[in-house]
Design a protein around this ligand. Structure first.
Ligand SMILES: C[S@@+](CC[C@H](N)C(=O)[O-])C[C@H]1O[C@@H](n2cnc3c(N)ncnc32)[C@H](O)[C@@H]1O
Length: 298
């Protein structure tokens, strides 16, 4: 089963990325080719391409090449900033096709509708979503503190047998798509949508309810650890903690994350054990997204 899941994910990643240099080989000079990024993402029927400012004048040509070679693509956008802000959004500049960034993306039997301008979405977390879904036990209550349009929550509802997956997000647009995705995936009896800041929502409605807490927001997970502990049942449970780590050549980013997390959990007087950790994906030179699966006894 584990092997089958992994194979499916690899296949999906290949489908998600096109090789821009191959697509443009007969249209650009070798010097120009050197300066453009090799890959682009296709989410549903929308393509997102990164074009360096110095090559911006080639944007339309690049967009045309993508649409000519990928018939399923109905719109091409240029990503003009990295993901930023509380809602974790990126700036997109329209290049070609229909002027919409709303799309429907299918993964592992789940359907996700989203607008890439209005809510965070990453097809690159596909394996991680299935990994977490595979850990959830029958009858568990799960709190997803940073749910976005519901990718982790719906994968868990579809592939495991949880009692409830409480799913919180502060972005009103992400919340609207979360509502729609719950309906599209017929997950109404399991996924409970909640709009607001995870700290406020947990204090008001989710204290001591969870067997498992997901923290898929690396920028805030450290700061919100006390909130995750508050959501866990008195007997404790699991926390899936995500962080961004810088690691020098001889250092292990997973170990770096564990050291910082351990310091904080000790300050919060928690009995815990990091049972598993891995690099989710590299995000820049020596920078990594890391996940730690932490067993907590309160
Ligand atoms: C990196 S995205 C992850 C979304 C989703 N889990 C996924 O993988 O697609 C983090 C999400 O956290 C939300 N967020 C940011 N700060 C928050 C807060 N204080 N409380 C609740 N949600 C928050 C953002 O709006 C964003 O949708």
């Amino acid at each position: 089963m584990a092997h089958k899941t992994l194979a499916l994910c690899c296949w999906r990643m290949i489908q998600l990325k096109g090789n821009l240099k191959t697509v443009l080989a007969d249209k650009l000079e070798p010097e120009q080719l050197k300066r453009i990024y090799r890959t682009f993402d296709i989410v549903g029927d929308v393509a997102i391409v990164r074009v360096p400012d110095s090559q911006r004048h080639l944007s339309r040509l690049i967009a045309e090449a993508i649409m000519n070679t990928h018939r399923e693509v109905k719109a091409v956008w240029r990503q003009s900033s990295s993901v930023s802000g509380d809602y974790r959004l990126r700036s997109l500049e329209f290049l070609l096709g229909e002027k919409t960034a709303e799309t429907v993306y299918k993964e592992h039997g789940c359907v996700y509708k989203t607008d890439l301008r209005k809510a965070y979405f990453s097809p690159r977390l596909s394996y991680e979503r299935m990994r977490i879904a595979g850990l959830v036990q029958k009858g568990e209550a799960v709190v997803n503190m940073f749910a976005g349009v519901g990718c982790f929550s719906i994968a868990i509802a579809k592939h495991s047998e949880p009692l409830k997956v409480y799913s919180v997000d502060v972005n009103p647009s992400a919340y609207q798509y979360l509502l729609e995705n719950i309906r599209l995936n017929r997950a109404e009896t399991v996924v409970v949508p909640l709009q607001g800041d995870a700290k406020e929502v947990t204090e008001k409605q989710l204290q001591k309810v969870a067997d498992r807490v997901l923290m898929p927001l690396p920028e805030k997970a450290y700061e919100y650890l006390d909130v995750a502990l508050l959501a866990l049942k008195p007997a404790g449970g699991w926390i899936h903690y995500y962080s961004f780590e810088y690691a020098k050549k001889d250092k292990d980013p997973v170990q770096e994350a564990e050291t910082k997390l351990a310091k904080k959990l000790r300050l919060l007087c928690t009995d815990f054990k990091v049972e598993f950790g891995r690099i989710v994906r590299p995000i820049g030179p020596r920078w990594y997204q890391v996940v730690l699966d932490v067993k907590v006894r309160k």
